[in-house]
Structures are given as C-alpha cells and as structure tokens.
Design a protein around this ligand. Sequence first.
Ligand SMILES: NC(=O)N[C@@H](CC(=O)O)C(=O)O
Ligand SMILES: [Zn+2]
Ligand SMILES: [Zn+2]
Length: 341
Amino acid sequence: MSSVTTFEINEPLDMHLHLRDGDMLKLVGPLTSNTFSGALIMPNLVPPVTTKEALLSYKQRIKEACEGDTFEPYCTLFFQNDYSYEFLEDVKDDIIGIKLYPAGITTNSETGVSSMDVEVLRPTLESMSKLGIPLCVHGETNGFVMDREKEFMPIYESIAAAFPDLTIIMEHITTADAVELMDKYDNLHATVTLHHLLITLDDVAGGMLQPHLFCKPIAKRPEDRSALLDAALKAHPKLMFGSDSAPHPKHKKECCGCAAGVFTSPIALQVLTELFEKYQALENLNAFVSLNAQKIYNFKPLTKKIKLVKKDFVVPEIYEYKNENVVPMYAGETLSWSIED
Ligand SMILES: NC(=O)N[C@@H](CC(=O)O)C(=O)O
Ligand SMILES: [Zn+2]
Ligand SMILES: [Zn+2]
C-alpha cells in the first residue's frame, strides 16, 4: 500500500473566521493569512460592525495585520433589522454577506435580533435578496443547550421558503438535522468547523472539563459528528469549511465563566489533511476547503498553493504578542502533517 507524503491545497478558504481587533488581530491574523488565500471575517467586534466606516477601517486594519497582498479578508456586516435598501446598495461591493445573530446567543451578540419572526426580519432580508447579498446565520434558539440548533431548523425553513432567492448559510452546523435540512432547500448552505468534525460533548465535558474545546454551538453526539464528517469527506457541494476559529485570551478560557470559542487557525489545514487522509478522501479536500465556497459565494480567490508534507508538527502551547495570548486546540500535541516552509 502506497502512502501519501505530500499534498497540495489550492486557494484554501476559511469561510467563518474571527480575527478580533487590536493586538489580538495582529497576533492571530498572520496565523490565517500565512496559509489561507482568504477568509470570511465575522463582524462580532465590540461594538459590532454595522456602518460602512467601521467596515472599511476594520478591513484596512486586517490587511495591515496580515501584510496581505496574498490574503483577502471577505468582510461582513452585523445584521440589523433597520438597514435601508440604499445603505445596503452602497455597501454591497465591500461585503461578502451579512451575519445574523439572535441576541445574546454567543460571544458579542448582545445587540443581535430579539425576534426571529420572518415578518420582523423582512425589510432587511428583502433588500438583501434583491441585492444578492448572502445571509450568514448563527442558528440557535435559547432552549436547552443540546437542542438549540435542532430547534432552529423551522426558523431556517421559514426564511428559506420566504426568500427563495436569498443565499442562506447555516453557520457552524453541529447536528445531523442541519445536514439533512441542507438538501431540502436550494438556497440553504452550511459551514462546518474542524473541531465539530472531531469532537463530541464527551471530549468537552465527559472527563475533566476542557475549556479550550468549549464553544457555541456546543459539540453534540457521536451520530451528529458522523453525519457532519460524512458530508465533509464527500465534499457535499453545499457545505464549506469555516473554522470558526475564535480566539480568546488564556485567562478568559482557563477561569470560572469560560468564554466560548476554539482557536484552530494554526492547525486547521494540517489536521484537515490528516483527517481526509485517514478516511481516504484527500481527493475531496480541495472542494471542501475552497471550490465549494467559490461556487456558493460566486467569487474567484487570490492564487495560493499550500504544500503539506508528512512531517511532525508540534503544536505550540500558546501564541503570544505583546499582552495578548491564545491557546490553540491540540496545544503541545504532535500532528502528523506540517505546512512546508
Ligand atoms: N463559536 C464560538 O463559541 N464563539 C464565537 C462566536 C460564534 O461564532 O458563535 C466567538 O466570537 O468567540
Ligand atoms: Zn456563531
Ligand atoms: Zn463564529
């Protein structure tokens, strides 16, 4: 049996990424821009990105932090019920989509929408649909934590049915229900993270509590992980890679009241390669981390070829810059694939 020792990924894209701001942005930005051709940047800053000025200046700060002529930040706005058609028309070419958060459901979502009623959301969604602006959604209710995504499925259905021309992305799906729903409406798509392909609730809380694996939505059951993994390994055309890499400083994770978010940027491509190799699905990896997103969002990314080699990579215990720091998933562990320098 021949075993693969090198693998090339073209134009890797991370379609759900948190880069934060200030020194944290300077710390984590390069850890994505070194290997990815582009990424969809989440707008949940404090305060969230809701104006053209905030959007353009954030994009500029990202470009500076990422020294990016080889990395494109695809920015998003934080959904509001009262965006006017004229405003959206004006900002359309500067964004890849708009991110909708139910109020208070996850990190920095306090100013999200308080009703998911289609009629309440209609004005903004109608304009987005007309202008061809995709809608990205954090799809969780405020129900029992393991059922929040499942309970959100009827809401996705109501939006998908009411706005058949609106491209909708169910962000960071974690359940078999969401995988199933994706095929029911032409306009429904999804991102899935690396960690949700790997872990279940058992890894988070089955033994000693693992704060670095705590995120929203919480990791679910083995059967959910299997459904996600099956869809990813076959590069289901409506599914894209979105790391949801969400850095929080170590003291906000290793404490009482741990912040939600798993930091995976520096290990994402190595671990994806390991995973797709393990299941003999490497031929589908380029579609999962790039081509599917290009088709769904209809764009051409910057050219970038990343070569992975089968060589041990010891994941740093911590990444630091000035007063900021962040602990990556698999800190201190050894991965079997590395990025070639
Ligand atoms: N996923 C998370 O647990 N946290 C994200 C927010 C989000 O994507 O919901 C963050 O911004 O920290
Ligand atoms: Zn989210
Ligand atoms: Zn996120």
